[in-house]
Design a protein around this ligand. Structure first.
Ligand code: 3VV
Length: 229
């Protein structure tokens, strides 16, 4: 069990320890994966409920956790550490303070989210609650914050565990998203053509009645032959 869990995390690139420089302390509460190898790695998984989660977010989380019971859906863990990124893309030893920015806010102030993935259907769903530090126009979520979540959710639908980058992202913002509200981001890989992965996405209210945004995106698998990446 632990072995398969480690294999999965390695696939996601999550188990690279710091090669110099201090890792920010794992002071928050919540589940953590603790490993002992040549270096000690402690990873806290942020994709679980915390006290800042609204009732809507908790209810949806419970619904999706139920869907996970038959194995068709999987909750995706999420970490703050740069170890999440491929070491070929970022030189950790030169940037010991680097963090995944969406996980760098205190609970409830920024991006509260959890993602679920269905490998057969090539779908990723993100349950997202945007906090007060993500404000754009008064009372509303900044579109860039929404774009970030669309990008990452779509990227997860495109490819889990592979080195991909966003080549193109088109978003139609249909309605402003109120701060603190919960939205459901649905993404699906609909075409794969060589290194190119095409994803569609929409963002809806919890009851599904309000369409906040629609997006299409293109992700490209990095070419191992090319030195720039
Ligand atoms: C908040 C942090 C979240 C972190 C998440 C934690 C881990 C989660 C893990 C996993 C989920 C992943 C989620 C991703 C989320 C974050 C992604 C980003 O922010 S990435 C940074 C922004 N993007 C770039 O910086 C790319 C910069 N561009 C490039 O590097 C190159 O242009 C690249 C790799 C895209 C293509 O370059 P070439 O030289 O390798 O290949 P060529 O031949 O140019 O393109 C390949 C094919 O793609 C088409 N193509 C390329 N760009 C296109 C475009 N803009 N529009 C249409 N087609 C395009 C080309 O026409 C070509 O197509 P033909 O094979 O000929 O059919």
């Amino acid at each position: 069990m632990l072995r398969s869990c480690l294999a999965r995390l390695r696939t996601l690139g999550a188990l690279r320890g710091p090669r110099g420089g201090a890792r920010p302390p794992a002071t928050d509460t919540g589940p953590a994966l603790r490993l002992f190898s040549s270096e000690e790695v402690i990873l806290k998984d942020y994709s679980v409920p915390n006290p800042s989660w609204s009732k809507d977010l908790r209810l949806l989380y419970d619904q999706y956790m139920k869907k996970c019971e038959d194995g068709s859906w999987k909750r995706l863990p999420s970490y703050r550490d740069v170890a999440h990124l491929d070491s070929k893309l970022i030189k950790e030893e030169q940037m010991p303070q680097a963090r995944i920015f969406i996980r760098s806010y205190e609970d409830g102030l920024g991006f509260e989210f959890v993602m679920f993935h269905n490998d057969v259907e090539k779908k990723t769903v993100c349950l997202f609650q945007g906090g007060p530090y993500l404000q754009g126009l008064s009372g509303w979520l900044h579109g860039g914050a929404m774009a970030t979540m669309i990008d990452i959710t779509s990227g997860m639908a495109a490819s889990i565990g592979e080195r991909i980058v966003t080549a193109n992202l088109n978003i139609d913002f249909k309605r402003p998203v109120p701060l603190y509200s919960v939205v459901v981001i649905n993404s699906q890989l609909y075409k794969a053509e060589g290194r190119k992965l095409f994803v569609s996405c929409d963002v809806r209210s919890v009851d599904g009645k309000t369409l906040y945004a629609e997006a299409t995106s293109l992700f490209v698998k990095l070419d191992p032959e090319k030195s720039s990446t």
